[in-house]
Ligand binder design. Structure first.
Ligand SMILES: Cc1cc2nc3c(=O)[nH]c(=O)nc-3n(C[C@H](O)[C@H](O)[C@H](O)COP(=O)(O)OP(=O)(O)OC[C@H]3O[C@@H](n4cnc5c(N)ncnc54)[C@H](O)[C@@H]3O)c2cc1C
Length: 369
C-alpha cells in the first residue's frame, strides 16, 4: 500500500514515521523544505495535562508519553528535555517587590512569578525543527521517500469516488491513500474535496542563543507596560539546544499562498524585542538568531481535523492542531497510521476530530493558487 502525505511539517513527518514503522510504502511531498513553516518556528513546548477537560486530553496525554520515548526508539538526540513552567506578570515599575524562586534570579526585577504551572513530570520541550527533521529522517531510514514539489490537486478513479493519486507540479504520483497535512494551506484541499475550512493565525517570534544562561523553565507572562493600556501575553521557552524562543501576539494576517513567503512584520518584531529586553539581560540583541513569524492552523471549533475525508475514498486529513501541533504530532501520526493500515485508530479515539463534524467550505470562496 502506497501512502502519499502532502506536507512535510511535524504532522506529515510524524505520520510518515508511524506509517513506515508499520511497513507501509510512504512518500511525502513538501513544497518548500521539511519544517519550513510553523513546525520549524514554534516554541516546542509540551504539556501532559493542559488539555484536561477538553476533547484533546487523550491525544495530548498519549503524545506526551510518545515524546518521552521517541528519542530512544528512533536512536537520535534532538534535545528533548523535561522542564518546569511558571506564570507571572511584568510590571513597568522596576522597584516592585520580587516574588521569585532563586532559580529565576536571572530575570529582571519587574518580573513577578505568580504560580507554578508545570513540573518536570508534566511539562517538557523539543526544538521543533530538529524534532520534525529527525522524524522525517527516521521515516526515510524505514524506506519513506521525500519529494520537493507543490501539490496542486488530486487524481481520482474513473467514477470519481476514490482518490488515486496526487498532482505534483504537472505530474501525478499514484497512491492507494492520500493524507492532507499542509497545515493552514490544507484549506486549498477544500477545492478538491469536501472539507471544512482551515485558517492561519500568525504570531511573530524571536529565537535567542542563550546557552546555559536561561534555566529550563517555561514562562507565561502578562506584560503590563506603563506606556500602554491592557496586557500582552508573552511566552518564553528555553530549549535543550541552548536557544530560547520568545513569542507574543496573534493576528489574522492573510496567509501567503507560498509558505516560503511568510515573513515577520517588522514593527511586531521590534515590539517583541523591546519586551524581551525588559525581561532579562539574557535577551541581548546580539544573541538573536531568528526573527520570524508563522501561521498555526486552526479550525472553526478549535479542534484538529484528523480522519477520513467525507465523500472521498482513500483520502485523509490531519491538520488544525493550533497551539498544540508539536505536542500532538506523535499521537496524531500513530493514530493516522492505524486508521490507514487497519481501518480504525485504536491508540487514540479520533471521533472528536472527525472532519465530518463541521460544515464543508464553499470552494468558490477560495482564491486560486
Ligand atoms: C509562534 C508559534 C509558537 C508555537 N508554539 C508551539 C508549542 O510550543 N507547542 C506546540 O505543541 N505547538 C506550538 N505551535 C503550533 C505548531 O507550530 C503547529 O500546530 C504545527 O507546527 C502545525 O504543523 P503542521 O504540520 O500541521 O503544519 P505546518 O508546519 O504549517 O506544515 C505544513 C507544510 O505543508 C507544506 N505545504 C503547504 N502547501 C503545500 C503544497 N501545496 N504542496 C506541498 N507542501 C505544501 C508547507 O511548506 C509546510 O512545510 C506554535 C505555533 C506558532 C505559530
Amino acid at each position: 500500500m502506497h501512502v502519499v502525505i502532502c506536507g512535510g511539517g511535524v504532522i506529515g513527518a510524524c505520520t510518515a514515521y508511524f506509517l513506515s514503522r508499520r511497513g507501509l510504502d510512504v512518500s511525502v511531498v513538501e513544497r518548500a523544505e521539511v519544517a519550513a513553516a510553523a513546525s520549524g518556528k514554534a516554541g516546542g513546548f509540551l504539556a501532559l495535562d493542559w488539555c484536561a477537560g477538553t476533547p484533546l486530553d487523550a491525544l495530548a496525554r498519549r503524545s506526551f508519553a510518545l515524546h518521552a520515548d521517541l528519542q530512544k526508539e528512533v536512536g537520535a538526540d534532538w534535545s528533548y528535555r523535561r522542564m518546569s513552567a511558571y506564570s507571572g506578570v511584568v510590571v513597568g515599575n522596576h522597584s516592585a517587590h520580587r516574588h521569585k524562586p532563586a532559580e529565576l534570579d536571572w530575570l529582571s526585577d519587574g518580573v513577578i512569578i505568580t504560580s507554578r504551572l508545570g513540573t518536570p513530570e508534566t511539562t517538557a520541550i523539543v526544538p521543533p525543527r530538529t524534532f520534525t527533521a529527525a522524524m522525517m529522517t527516521a521515516a526515510q531510514a524505514r524506506g519513506a521517500r521525500l519529494y520537493t514539489g507543490r501539490v496542486t490537486g488530486l487524481a481520482r478513479s474513473p467514477d470519481g469516488a476514490s482518490v488515486r493519486g496526487v498532482e505534483v507540479d504537472g505530474g501525478i504520483i499514484e497512491a492507494d491513500a492520500v493524507v492532507i497535512a499542509m497545515g493552514p494551506w490544507s484549506v486549498l484541499a477544500a477545492q478538491w474535496m469536501s472539507l471544512p475550512p482551515v485558517y492561519g493565525l500568525q504570531s511573530p517570534s524571536l529565537v535567542y542563543n542563550t546557552g546555559d544562561d536561561v534555566p529550563a523553565d517555561a514562562l507565561f507572562l502578562e506584560f503590563h507596560d506603563d506606556d500602554s493600556d491592557g496586557a500582552v501575553s508573552i511566552e518564553l521557552f528555553p530549549r535543550g539546544d541552548g536557544t530560547t524562543h520568545v513569542t507574543a501576539f496573534s493576528d489574522q494576517a492573510p496567509l501567503p499562498l507560498d509558505p516560503a513567503a511568510v515573513a515577520p512584520d517588522a514593527s511586531a518584531i521590534d515590539r517583541l524585542q523591546a519586551i524581551a529586553e525588559r525581561l532579562s539581560p539574557a535577551f541581548r540583541a546580539d544573541r538573536i538568531v531568528a526573527r520570524q513569524s508563522c501561521f498555526r492552523p486552526v479550525t472553526q471549533d478549535g479542534l484538529p481535523l484528523i480522519g477520513a475525508v467525507p465523500g472521498s475514498k482513500a483520502a485523509y486529513i490531519a491538520t488544525g492542531h493550533s497551539v498544540w501541533g508539536i505536542l500532538n504530532a506523535p499521537a496524531t501520526g500513530e493514530a493516522m497510521a492505524e486508521l490507514i493500515a487497519d481501518g480504525a485508530a485504536r491508540s487514540t479515539d479520533l471521533a472528536p476530530f472527525d472532519p465530518n463534524r463541521l460544515r464543508a467550505l464553499d470552494p468558490s470562496l477560495l482564491r486560486s493558487g
